[in-house]
Design a protein around this ligand. Structure first.
Ligand SMILES: Nc1nc2c(ncn2[C@@H]2O[C@H](COP(=O)(O)OP(=O)(O)OP(=O)(O)O)[C@@H](O)[C@H]2O)c(=O)[nH]1
Ligand SMILES: [Mg+2]
Length: 416
């Protein structure tokens, strides 16, 4: 039957049939105050359960174990040392802060002592490098080779180099083996031994230079004790390993660098320059190595379409979900970031993320403490052997980011 016919039929049959067969009855709404109270109750219940859920889901970093607060190095005779206690600026800082708080509580009306009034202890050397390493026996030596060559020539304590006017000299590398099950620790100690004992150690190459390189066959002799190896008993993730290392640094500047040697290490001087140019009167600043200028270059284009797609999606998510200064950073994920020492107490004690999203948490913490950040273009190369699982790690990062943001908004994460 056509539309017109149906309309005709309804008219012919009159009211009481078809749509008209159920006469409309006015629905009686409860009084407004009942609606308002009901909705408020629902909203409150929702917030309550979200808050409880966030508390349950929010990652809480496990405290370091006894053996993780120790390190091994190579002694002047080439033997590995006994496990030695790691210096920990954070323990001292936290104890002093607690004591100052107790003092302040005794005298009502006194302002609570918080940073910058609560300074970090003085540095002992110029540059600390933290290297998170999870099963990196293949890639670590090549990275260390590049690092020690630059560090010794630029910041070595034996001579003034270009930094003759600097108050602090010298460098250290803290390798944090993140529960590695391969020979990462041995490779690190072997590297240290050879480079300490020999005046002309044999050059070690990373997986990126298998086909030879124009470099000299010898590498850099290093002062003893400049490489320290820390072993985490269980795998924590890159964020856990970096944060752990940063609790034990002695440098005026602290950089973390991936064990794969993908970042051009000599660009560290650009990071130092960049950081110095933005430091505030307390000496606080963060310089972020950036590969943003390489988007569209061969190295990035050669990556799979899926990886590039996920990278762009993550950037959009970051822009939407992070506060403005962090959202402006074009490459938050680069594993080459430098912090001046006075910056550490604003970041390290408040870290939660153990996985890949920890960089964003560091930047958000810096932003919330009004610490200036600068992005510095660095050289970078694709290195074989990435352990990143593109799909699962992307999902993990998106989830981690959402959780991180929600926990800060809900006040579950806060500075105390
Ligand atoms: N995959 C992984 N890496 C870790 C972990 N803990 C520390 N790391 C270190 O994190 C650094 C980065 O790892 P890569 O596998 O190179 O990952 P990526 O640099 O983010 O990704 P690519 O750009 O593909 O190289 C390396 O120094 C790893 O050894 C962990 O639990 N898993
Ligand atoms: Mg890498």
């Amino acid at each position: 039957m056509s539309k017109e016919n149906r309309a005709f039929d309804t008219q012919r049959l009159g009211t009481g049939y078809g749509f008209e067969s159920h006469p409309r009855r006015a629905v009686e709404l409860p009084p407004t105050w009942v609606l308002v109270v009901g909705l408020s109750f629902l909203l409150f219940a929702l917030c309550f359960w979200v808050y409880i859920g966030l508390n349950l889901l929010a990652p809480t970093p496990r405290p370091p174990r006894r053996s993780e607060k120790q390190y091994t190095t190579i002694l002047p005779d080439g033997a590995p040392s006994e496990a030695k206690e790691l210096p920990c600026w954070l323990d001292k800082w936290a104890a002093e802060k607690e004591a100052a708080k107790r003092e302040a509580a005794k005298e009502p009306g006194t302002k609570e002592v918080v940073p910058p009034q609560m300074p970090i202890e003085e540095p002992e050397l110029f540059m600390s490098v933290v290297v998170p390493a999870y099963n990196e026996e293949e890639r670590l030596e090549g990275m260390l080779e590049e690092a020690v060559e630059f560090l010794e020539s630029e910041y070595g304590s034996a001579h003034d180099g270009k930094n003759g006017q600097q108050k602090y000299k010298g460098w250290e590398i803290l390798i944090v083996s993140d529960g590695s099950s391969d020979g990462t620790v041995n490779k690190a100690l072997e590297f240290a031994k050879e480079h300490q004992l020999s005046q002309h150690p044999k050059l070690k190459r990373g997986p990126w230079s298998k086909n030879g390189s124009a470099k000299a066959p010898h590498s850099t002799h290093i002062p003893h004790g400049s490489i320290r190896v820390i072993t985490l008993e269980e795998n924590r993730g890159k964020g856990g390993a970096v944060t752990h290392g940063m609790r034990h640094v002695r440098g005026q500047y602290i950089v973390f660098a991936d064990a794969d040697g993908a970042s051009r290490f000599s660009d560290l001087s650009k990071l130092v320059e960049g950081c110095r140019s933005i430091e505030d009167k307390h000496g606080r600043g963060v310089a972020i190595g950036s590969r943003a200028h390489l988007v569209g270059s061969e190295a990035v284009v050669q990556r799979s379409k899926l990886r590039n797609f996920l990278m762009h999606s993550f950037h959009i998510l970051l822009r939407v979900m992070t506060p403005p200064a962090t959202a402006r950073i074009k490459d938050t994920q680069c594993g080459f970031k430098l912090f001046s020492r006075p910056t550490l107490p604003y970041i390290v004690p408040y870290m939660h993320s153990e996985g890949w999203i920890f960089d964003v948490e560091m930047l958000m913490l810096a932003e919330s403490a009004n610490i200036a950040m600068v992005e510095v273009a660095i050289g970078w190369k694709e290195v074989m052997g990435s352990k990143l699982n593109v799909i699962w790690d992307s999902i993990g990062m998106a989830w981690g980011l959402a959780l991180l943001r929600a926990c800060w908004i809900a006040g579950i994460y806060r500075r105390d």
